[in-house]
Unconditional design. Structure first.
Length: 135
């Protein structure tokens, strides 16, 4: 349990949250920009599922292969956050609802701000520990 709450894991999870909110922001912005595109289906990201996968995934080891017979390790994030077409209502033109998109935008912005604030506080705490350790 203590390992799950370590500074390294906390920073990795916060990095994942910021990455997911960035990806979701792009999708929401795309939905809003296609508001007047005929037949456009809004896309979204299942944030909770993607974050759960990111938390459970191992970002751990970058292994070096010194022999051609070694198994290759994939680099990059240990989670995938695939966008999906939202199930919305046909408004006679497309499936984009501007009120719903603006609500998702505000929710996503709140998640981003919270994650960055926690990250800044963790880094300030680490800086304080380092400064006090030098005495």
């Amino acid at each position: 349990m203590a390992d799950r709450l370590s500074l390294g894991n906390t920073l990795r999870i916060l990095e994942d949250v910021i990455g997911l909110t960035r990806k979701r922001q792009t999708l929401i912005a795309s939905n809003i920009s296609n508001l007047e595109t005929p037949g456009y289906k809004a896309k979204d990201l299942d944030f909770k599922t993607a974050l759960a996968r990111a938390v459970e995934g191992s970002h751990g080891l970058d292994l070096a292969t010194t022999d051609p017979g070694h198994i290759q390790c994939a680099s990059g994030p240990a989670f995938r956050a695939d966008p999906f077409d939202e199930k919305g209502e046909w408004n006679g033109y497309n499936w984009v609802n501007i009120e719903r998109e603006m609500l998702k935008l505000m929710e996503n912005n709140l998640r981003y701000k919270t994650a960055t604030e926690i990250l800044l506080r963790k880094l300030a705490l680490l800086k304080e520990v380092i400064r006090e350790g030098g005495r």
